[in-house]
Design a protein around this ligand. Structure first.
Ligand code: ADP
Length: 385
């Protein structure tokens, strides 16, 4: 019987539970055993400090890395009601140990001890980079485990090939090769609801609001929220003001124009990773001060913060995660050593398998292009068509 494990890793996203539910139930329907790895790659030990070696790791309890009671067998009823719950019930974490080879070595050992040969990772680009690294190192990890007398050659024999499948759980919608990621639509909806609430009070008092939204280095949430709420001005990392452009002047002129037309409210949305042409951050505080000082508007700042990522997933995210979770299990069952690990994507409304390694690399290339101010290059990489 195949043993398929799922873990959620990195930043939580609404819909991750629906993905776990779909993977568990699809695995059971296909005659496999399903497992959930609790607390991501990390587990529940936050005391691990200093140099990470196999010896230090053995003294700690780490999620995939710990194995043991962090890897739990899941039955059909264990995921009851998962569809509507926000966040991730099985827990998530950031794990320094998994970034180092000894951490991945212990993870490999624990998986083999539990008989698990397929791992579905639901997380953002960081988690999927780690998953990709894990799979590419797998043969050498097994070799080392035998050399170190951690496992015998007989024990590793059935596990020569590791199946890894990536599901993209991220509120930021920042992964290449997929149109949308699990959690992004719910997060966008929550942002819009919040801005609607802000708008009514802004109109009442004729105030300006600068609203900071999440998204790290990806402006999708800010851009879409700007369109959906009719914001006056937005700032996103992918499209900073041009060098030499007096963007402060331009923003103030635009907002003044709106005010002169009779608008009683002003909404400026800024992505948390927004930058100017010198790659310096454009912050909500700077913008608030600017509107106060130059336009004499009664301006308030609202950092939406974690309210954006919490709460029940939208129907779209439940459906996306459910369809992709089933596809992940089918991808595991179809996998062969010579087929690259897949990431489950959504392209032009279709659930698709794409090459995990390529998607991870292209996501990194976009970030690097933005880092060297090649914004056109970044856009071209993101959407060559
Ligand atoms: P997200 O998956 O939401 O992007 P992070 O970037 O924090 O979140 O990554 C989550 C975890 O994935 C990290 O704590 C680490 O354990 C693992 N990870 C990230 N990048 C790498 C990497 N280059 N190599 C190995 N593991 C990684």
């Amino acid at each position: 019987k195949r043993k398929i494990a799922i873990l959620t890793s990195g930043g939580d996203a609404p819909g991750m539970n629906a993905a776990v539910r779909a993977v568990v139930r699809a695995a059971i329907v296909k005659g496999c055993d399903a497992y959930a790895v609790h607390e991501g790659y990390q587990g529940n030990d936050t005391t691990l400090k200093g140099k990470i070696t196999l010896t230090t790791l053995k003294r700690h309890r780490l999620g995939l890395v710990d194995g043991g009671d962090m890897i739990k067998k899941m039955e059909w009823d264990d995921v009851q009601d998962y569809l509507s719950i926000g966040g991730t019930v099985i827990g998530t974490a950031r794990c320094a140990a998994f970034r180092e080879r000894p951490g991945r070595l212990l993870a490999a050992k624990n998986m083999i001890k539990k008989g698990i040969d397929a791992l579905v990772v639901c997380g953002g680009d960081g988690s999927l980079t780690g998953a990709n690294m894990f799979r590419s190192e797998w043969p050498s990890l097994l070799e080392e485990l035998v050399k170190e007398n951690e496992l015998t050659a007989e024990e590793i024999e059935p596990f020569a090939h590791l199946n890894i499948v990536g599901l993209v759980g991220s509120i930021d919608n920042d992964m290449h090769s997929t149109d949308i990621t699990i959690g992004a639509v719910t997060c966008l909806h929550r942002i819009c609801e919040s801005i609607d609430s802000i708008s009514s009070t802004a109109s009442s008092h004729s105030r300006a609001f600068v609203v900071e939204v999440m998204g790290r280095h990806c402006g999708w949430l800010a851009l879409m929220a700007g369109i959906a709420t009719g914001a006056d001005f937005i700032f996103i990392p992918e499209c900073p003001p041009h060098a030499g452009e007096n963007w402060r002047e331009n923003m103030c002129a635009e907002i003044k124009r709106h005010r002169d037309l009779g608008k009683r409210k002003t909404i400026v949305i800024v992505c948390e990773g927004a930058i100017d042409s010198e790659l310096q951050p454009i912050t909500a505080k700077d913008l608030t001060d600017l509107l106060t000082e130059r336009l004499h508007l009664d301006t308030r700042m609202t950092i939406l913060g974690h309210v954006q990522r919490g709460g029940s997933p939208s129907s779209f995210d439940r459906i996306l995660a459910s369809l992709q979770g089933v596809e992940a299990v089918e991808a595991v069952l179809a996998s062969k050593p010579d087929i690259p690990s897949p990431m489950i994507a959504m392209c032009e409304n279709k659930i698709k398998r794409v090459d995990l390694m390529k998607a991870v690399k292209l996501t990194g290339d976009v970030a690097k292009a933005i880092g060297r101010r090649d914004f056109e290059g970044a856009m071209e990489l993101r959407d060559p068509s």
